[in-house]
Ligand binder design. Structure first.
Ligand code: NAI
Length: 335
């Protein structure tokens, strides 16, 4: 079966790493018809927006997109393409698998966590105002609908990927109404998944436990703000952003992209590590039911990293993006 996938190369290192991911996916044997669409600063002059309608239409039609990073101007210019995409397509679940790869320098060697971050509400709903000149107020919004669907997404993922435990993270001891509602929803959804262990942990304790005994956790699910903070913390546990993939999943489609940004400091120099977007493509293949191809790619990447002969500078090697990519493709072909 041929899958249709929207490919947004992005800018900065985006085009280099997106091309690497496309080549690796094609080498796995899976049949993909790529619909390449441009977004970001480069298209503003022609279309008057960094996110032209044809990009959204392509994702809505194909339901699946692989995306390179897109630069967001700081303090001026257009609104983040990434945030607009998430809001327009209602991509409510942000999923970040955080795993140790042998050969990547990090403090731990046994981490395999998946963080489910609610992507649409909480303190990120943007409801804030000045009460007076000296007092500002941000409103935390938690709804049953959004809590139910993120917790359900976490349990469905756990079931599909043979994960054993889901941990809900909250601060319901203090925010008894908002986080209280999130916890109530989590407990109630957990009742539907008796085959998977469920527990809840308060966010401050969770932060400590993730540093002391990260190997005890499996799938974590939480409201937006805690998810933002803990997923970066988890990135630190495995050696930084370079290896971190991500998925934004919603009712109108799913967009797979690295956690890192467009890295303008190394753009166009064949220096970028393509691992994060390749791992995002692995998530995409799992999502569309191509698990064999996904497994083949992840194993090949892990082997090249472990050997360390063809890896980029950030992983301690001397190879360029293209040499790293070719080494992965050779591993796939030899597997
Ligand atoms: P960044 O992640 O682009 O870069 C931080 C540091 O990590 C830089 O030194 C960079 O060279 C390095 N780095 C990042 N990815 C790398 C890779 N694959 N291989 C090797 N080194 C890598 O973060 P920064 O500089 O804060 O953001 C740059 C731009 O990216 C901003 O405009 C930001 O808004 C945008 N951004 C876009 C995202 C997206 O499209 N999803 C996500 C995060 C940031």
């Amino acid at each position: 079966m041929t899958h249709k996938v929207t490919l947004i190369p992005g800018d900065g290192i985006g085009p280099e790493v997106a091309e690497a991911a496309r080549k690796v996916v094609d080498a796995s044997g899976v049949k993909i018809e790529w619909d390449v669409v441009e977004a970001g600063a480069a298209v503003i002059e022609e279309y008057g927006t960094p996110l032209p309608e044809y990009v959204l239409e392509s994702i809505k039609k194909n339901k699946i997109a692989l995306k390179g990073p897109v630069t967001t101007p700081v303090g001026k210019g257009f609104k983040s393409v990434n945030v607009t995409l998430r809001q327009t397509l209602n991509l409510y679940a942000n999923i970040r698998p955080t795993k140790t790869f042998e050969g990547v320098k990090s403090r731990y060697d046994n981490i395999d966590l998946v963080i489910f971050r609610e992507n649409t509400e909480d303190l990120y709903a943007g409801v804030e105002h000045m009460v007076s000149e000296d007092i500002a107020e941000s409103i935390k919004i938690i709804s049953k609908k959004a809590s139910d669907r993120i917790v359900r997404a976490a349990f469905e993922y756990a079931r599909e990927h043979n994960r054993k435990k889901v941990t809900a993270v909250h601060k319901a001891n203090i925010m008894k109404l908002s986080d209280g509602l999130f916890l109530k929803c989590a407990r109630s959804i957990a009742e539907e998944y008796k085959d998977i262990e469920f527990e809840d942990v308060i966010v401050d304790a969770m932060s400590m436990k993730l540093v002391i005994e990260p190997e005890k956790y499996d799938v974590l699910v939480m409201p937006n703000l805690y998810g933002d903070i803990l997923s970066d913390m988890a990135a630190g546990l495995v050696g930084g952003l370079g290896m971190l993939p991500g998925a934004n999943i919603g009712e109108d489609g799913a967009v797979f992209e690295s956690a890192h940004g467009s890295a303008p400091d190394i753009a166009g120099q064949n220096k970028a590590n393509p691992s994060a977007i390749i791992l995002s493509a692995v998530m995409m293949l799992q999502h569309i039911g191509e698990s064999d191809a996904a497994e083949k790619i992840e194993k090949a990447l892990a082997k090249v990293i472990k050997e360390g002969k063809h890896v980029t500078v950030d992983l301690g090697g001397t190879a360029g993006t293209s040499e790293f990519t070719e080494a992965i493709i050779n591993e796939i072909k030899n597997s």
